[in-house]
Design a protein around this ligand. Structure first.
Ligand SMILES: Cc1cc2nc3c(=O)[nH]c(=O)nc-3n(C[C@H](O)[C@H](O)[C@H](O)COP(=O)(O)OP(=O)(O)OC[C@H]3O[C@@H](n4cnc5c(N)ncnc54)[C@H](O)[C@@H]3O)c2cc1C
Length: 431
């Protein structure tokens, strides 16, 4: 049986495994997490609208009926493309080898701090469930601390939230935080007025949602302003530290800064020691294989096709890539004719801006408002991995829409007991 190793159970990798369902082969899917994650709704976990379990599905559960697929939990650290071997590590061991006849790398992307890795400590990015839970903790803790804070300046800092990056994720986060502070939290705090919280969206670009048309960008801007979001454009962030950010020489004091500004591809290009584009994505051939290694494929956010216009780093592209690579390998194994080069039809883009408002852009249609939001909701429900997720997310959205209450307004960070606190003494009865 041919051995197919697929690294990454995100949109691209999972689509490839599924495309190989009827292939007479041994498929090994390796991922460093045990779940497939629906990243487009991560911002809803970060803003307490959904719980982590509503956007993640265990890979073993998804593939339980696909008997030719085995799931391994581990982090891939290298590839020897000449010996056809992938190396991964798990909690106990390093450099565990897995041999392959075909390899698909679908390891996605991570945050990019544009040469300022020191910003990460103070401005976490939003890429996985751990990030989303940490940001949710930060936001909710800021309100809790503000409720007990006497100093108005410190209180102001605690109630200032800065989003760096005005692409879809930054805009969606800004809108969601604005709705959270002006509706849900307003009735829950007694000593602070949560609706006075500042939400500041910063970007060096001249407009928000730069990949959308100007009229949709303006519609989204108007909506954010109506929600009370301050938008600072045309300047990059000079500094991020424990006190907040500095933009164009002005300090914005804040205890919660979120980085949504840039992404960098996974190190797949370094593992393979092959040519990459300027961003670091592997330059693949029109059939998504690596030059001179027709049995090695790279798909999704970490790949760039050598010729033609670069495709956007979105889920649709990754899914199409994954399906294509899976089908191609299936045909090769069965000795069938090759596929035509990969081609992509862009169905359009969507971004949600607060409650009941989205922008939608396709080749023919530019739409903003409630109808676009309904389309957004249907599309996102449709792409969730399982029916149970679709059902729970749908019910949660309905509940939140009408009640204003959140699905997961929980601070779950492990807390240390204060070090100065004397140990508790329990008096024995009778003493
Ligand atoms: C916050 C956010 C919002 C987004 N919103 C949208 C949206 O609204 N619409 C849209 O179309 N796209 C959106 N995207 C982009 C979309 O999620 C990506 O384009 C898509 O996930 C790329 O798919 P992929 O398969 O390349 O990578 P991913 O889906 O990221 O999957 C990569 C997988 O590889 C695993 N992995 C990585 N490195 C290793 C390793 N060394 N060893 C083992 N496993 C590894 C990861 O755990 C992960 O499971 C969003 C992304 C983010 C972060």
């Amino acid at each position: 049986m041919p051995r197919i190793v697929i690294v990454g159970g995100g949109f691209g990798g999972l689509a490839a495994v599924k495309a190989l369902k009827n292939t007479p082969a041994e498929i090994t899917l390796i991922d460093r997490t045990n779940h497939h994650l629906f990243q487009p709704l991560l911002y809803q976990v970060a803003t307490s609208a959904l719980s982590p379990a509503q956007i993640g599905s265990p890979l073993r559960g998804i593939l339980r009926n696909q008997k030719n697929a085995t799931v391994l939990l581990g982090e891939v650290t290298g590839v020897d493309k000449d010996k056809k071997c992938v190396f991964f590590r798990d909690a106990d061991r390093q450099n565990i080898p897995v041999s392959y006849d075909y390899l698909i790398l679908a390891t996605g992307a991570t945050h990019s701090y544009f040469g300022h890795p020191e910003f990460e400590k103070y401005a976490p990015g939003l890429k996985n469930l751990g990030d989303a839970a940490a940001i949710r903790n930060n936001i909710l803790e800021a309100f809790e601390r503000a409720e007990t804070e006497e100093d108005p300046t410190r209180r102001r800092e605690l109630l200032t939230f800065v989003l760096v990056g005005a692409g879809p994720t930054g805009v969606e986060m800004a809108g969601a935080i604005a709705v959270l502070v002006r509706s849900t939290l307003r009735s829950e705090f007694r000593r602070i007025d949560s609706s006075t919280a500042r939400v500041v969206l910063v970007d060096m670009a001249p407009r928000i949602l730069g990949t959308f048309s100007e009229n949709l960008s303006e519609a989204a801007t108007r909506r954010l302003v109506k929600l009370g979001v301050e938008i600072r454009l045309g300047h990059s962030v000079d500094l991020v530290d424990a006190e907040g950010v500095v933009v164009a020489g002005e300090r914005i004091a804040s205890k919660t800064v979120v980085w949504t500004a840039g992404v960098a591809p996974s190190p797949a290009g370094k593992w393979l020691k092959v040519e990459t584009d300027r961003a670091g994505r592997v330059l693949v051939q029109p059939d998504l294989s690596v030059p001179e290694y027709p049995q090695v494929f790279v798909v999704g956010d970490t790949a760039s096709i050598q010729k033609g216009k670069p495709l956007p780093g979105v889920a649709q592209v990754a899914i199409h890539h994954g399906r294509y690579a899976g089908k191609l390998i299936h045909r090769r194994i069965l000795g069938k004719s090759a596929l035509r080069p990969f081609s992509y039809f862009d169905k359009g883009s969507l971004a949600v801006v607060g409650k009941g408002f989205a922008v939608l852009q396709t080749r023919k249609v530019h739409l903003s408002g409630r109808l676009a939001w309904l389309v957004w909701a249907v599309v996102h429900l449709e792409f969730l991995e399982t029916s149970s997720l679709r059902l729970t997310v749908f019910l949660q959205w309905i509940w939140t829409y009408f009640s204003g209450q959140r699905g997961a307004q929980l601070i779950v960070s492990p807390r240390e007991m204060p070090k100065t606190e004397p140990p508790l003494r329990v008096a024995a009865s009778g003493n």
